[in-house]
Ligand binder design. Sequence first.
Ligand code: SF4
Length: 171
Amino acid sequence: MSDPFRNLNALYEKVKVHSDRVMDAYSGKFQCRRGCSDCCSSDRSVSAVEYANVAQALSEVSEKTLSRLKSQPRSKKRCSMLLDGACSVYKARPLICRSHGLPLVLDRSKGRQIVDVCPLNFKDGSLGTLPPEDLLAQGTVDSILVAVNALYCQEENGEPRKRRQLASLLE
Ligand code: SF4
């Protein structure tokens, strides 16, 4: 039987290759590091394939970690997977968590695009000088994720339009 997460992991790997290259090229301009969890400031709502992937990762954490995650007070201002300032399912974190911090091209209405980045990064104002290949096209990776989720739902009888909060994995 084929791995139900093969397409998702292939997408994650592509984003990782881009992320590693850009973070390496501009290493002095990123504040992203273990301990910074500013982008984990709300619970994530994810599609079926990412929900199942995080559920699998959660099934592999220690009983102690799971118990601590479950006993944490719920907050709209913090992701339910955050523990001691770090992601407890880091290897399975959703796509949105992988693109946070990177310089992004974001699609806006009427075909407009903007370039954006976490306010902690590129504080020297050099964001606008980056070449297109160093910007992650958020709309493109989101579209690929939609396709990956649709394929997953076909194979696993999932509901492609349904999104669920990660916090519900701890109920
Ligand atoms: S899943 Fe992990 S990386 Fe993503 S917001 Fe939650 S704690 Fe942060």
